[in-house]
Design a protein around this ligand. Structure first.
Ligand SMILES: C[S@@+](CC[C@H](N)C(=O)[O-])C[C@H]1O[C@@H](n2cnc3c(N)ncnc32)[C@H](O)[C@@H]1O
Length: 150
């Protein structure tokens, strides 16, 4: 067991869940800001080299969980671990966002689907999934290029 703590909070245009696009074909293209707490600023060093980030966050306004639920994109129930439902045993959300720019402790991103004020638990660079021609792998690509013997 461990106790999580926020490393920052999301500034999002979405003030209530009804504002967030849902269901089949829903697109998440909203701009937002990941406002990181000053004590964690050094942890952002070199993040600018990455085009996309994985944001791990807390569904802080979800209540309880259900193991079977009907998502907005279907009329049949599915197991919680086969969906992205907010009502999960551990209320952890994961969103891939595009990093537009960094301003100090503020990461300006596109693609938020979280409510305003959502606590951020972690951020990691996206290293795959995105088509190769669009993906920048920042310092990792440079380190790979420097690897002795290659
Ligand atoms: C289907 S979940 C997917 C979230 C994330 N992309 C994931 O896969 O974990 C997105 C929905 O979670 C809800 N939501 C967003 N932020 C939330 C928060 N802080 N607390 C509770 N529910 C939230 C909204 O209803 C939103 O439409």
């Amino acid at each position: 067991m461990f106790t999580s703590r926020p490393i920052g909070f999301v500034n999002s245009p979405y003030k209530s869940t009804g504002d967030i696009p849902k269901g089949l074909g829903a697109k998440h293209e909203a701009d937002g800001v990941l406002a990181i707490l000053p004590e964690f600023e050094a942890g952002l060093t070199d993040i600018e080299g990455f085009s996309h980030l994985i944001v791990i966050w807390e569904f802080d306004r979800a209540h309880g969980f259900e193991l079977l639920g009907t998502p907005p994109s279907d009329n049949r129930a599915h197991g919680v671990f086969a969906t992205r439902s907010p009502r999960r045993p551990n209320p952890i959300g994961l969103t891939i966002v595009e990093l537009r720019r960094r301003e100090g402790v503020e990461l300006h991103v596109r693609g938020v689907d979280m409510l305003d004020g959502t606590p951020i638990l972690d951020i990691k660079p996206l290293l795959s999934i995105i088509p190769e021609e669009k993906l920048r792998r920042g310092w990792l690509a440079e380190a790979e290029a420097r690897k002795p013997g290659d």
